[in-house]
Design a binder for this molecule. Structure first.
Ligand code: PHE
Length: 352
């Protein structure tokens, strides 16, 4: 863990060991140039605490890029609860409360929200201990960022189709959705409603079948996710599904999904580019939830205004794709350049 932290370009990692549950807690604060850190809290069983730390650090970096892209005055941060086994009931609540107290100690330097493995209900538990939590309850109803992230992803798929085929409409296109969770479900519904042919896959047995019955999509075995012919591959589960092994086998024209850290390495963006596959940078296309959560909490935006802002991703991604095409580079580079411009401008205005 020492060398992981030493090599990291972030600002700080807050670490705790939760004795009652045997959980390692990591709060990674990557960059606060734009404002205090905010990012989701992931709960997961990792092969080692180091893997949890690594995930927190990479995810925090992604949040810096996400906030800069969507123009929020927030910094990149993320927390990981590296649980030894899936936790339920009182064990889970206890851990979340103790985590909430740790977040409270930071007095706003980091604010959390839901992510893979945590739910809006979990945020309600954390909120017993700290006000620096988003996506819990508001006016008695729980706030799920999933449908907003799904809208952003749907919008991003349109942008990619528009760039590649000159027509953003998803009707008649085949989209493979990998990971049928809080985003995968609403995304699949939007796609089917808009006339797309949806292929569903999930590593949890029966999950894709259940949703396919409801939506009328087609189920694909998990191991075929990287080699099935489709227009769009939408990774909506864990990260690093795009790597040296999978990229050569892909049979899609576009990669556009909501998972964080889709690329095992930045270099994989070049691999996709070399294969002529258009890649929608993850932190741009999946920023719908991040857009909605602070706005919902501020309470000064209507539902329609929030959705309109998320639909604006179509323009942002369109610009990123065009800039990348002009320079014959991967969209990841074009997106990163935008972020660097935003951060540099802020640094300048701070007189640093
Ligand atoms: N975890 C989601 C994301 O990475 C939603 C979220 C955004 C949660 C911002 C907290 C803060 O975008």
């Amino acid at each position: 863990m020492q060398s992981l932290i030493a090599q990291w370009h972030g600002e700080a990692v807050v670490t705790a060991y939760d004795e009652p549950t045997g959980t390692w807690i990591f709060i990674a604060i990557h960059d606060t140039t734009l404002g205090p850190a905010m990012g989701g809290c992931r709960m997961n069983v990792y092969s080692s605490p180091e893997e949890g730390l690594r995930d927190a650090m990479r995810l925090a970096e992604g949040m810096t890029y996400k906030w800069a892209t969507i123009g929020f005055e927030l910094g990149g941060g993320k927390s990981v609860l590296a649980v030894p086994r899936p936790l339920q009931g009182r064990d889970r609540e206890g851990l979340l409360e103790r985590f909430g107290r740790l977040v409270a100690l930071l007095r706003g330097a980091y604010a959390c929200g839901p992510d893979l493995g945590t739910t809006p209900q979990d945020m309600v538990v954390i909120a017993r201990e700290t006000q620096f939590v988003h996506g819990g309850a508001r006016d008695g109803r729980t706030l799920d960022p999933g449908p907003y992230t799904a809208l952003g992803t749907f919008t991003g798929i349109r942008a990619a189709l528009g760039h590649l085929f000159g027509e953003p409409d998803v009707a008649g296109r085949t989209v493979l959705v990998q990971g049928i969770g809080d985003v995968g479900v609403p995304l699949s519904r939007m796609l089917t409603d808009a006339g797309a042919h949806v292929l569903l896959t999930d590593t949890v047995a029966g999950r894709a079948e259940e949703v396919a019955r409801d939506l009328g999509g087609e189920v694909i075995a998990p191991e075929l996710a990287y080699s099935t012919v489709c227009d769009v591959y939408a990774p909506c589960a864990v990260g690093a599904t795009l790597n040296q092994e999978t990229i050569p086998t892909l049979q899609c024209r576009i990669v556009a999904g909501c998972a964080n850290n889709q690329l095992a390495q930045d270099q994989d963006a070049e691999r996709l580019h070399a294969r002529g596959i258009l890649y929608a940078p993850d932190y741009v296309i999946n920023a719908g939830g991040a857009t909605a959560l602070p706005l919902l909490d501020r309470g000064d935006h209507t539902e329609e205004q929030i959705r309109e802002r998320i639909r604006g991703f179509e323009v942002v991604l369109g610009e990123i794709f065009s800039e990348a095409a002009e320079r014959d580079e991967s969209p990841l580079r074009a997106a990163a350049r935008r972020v660097e411009r935003v951060l540099a401008k802020k640094q300048q205005s701070k007189g640093q």
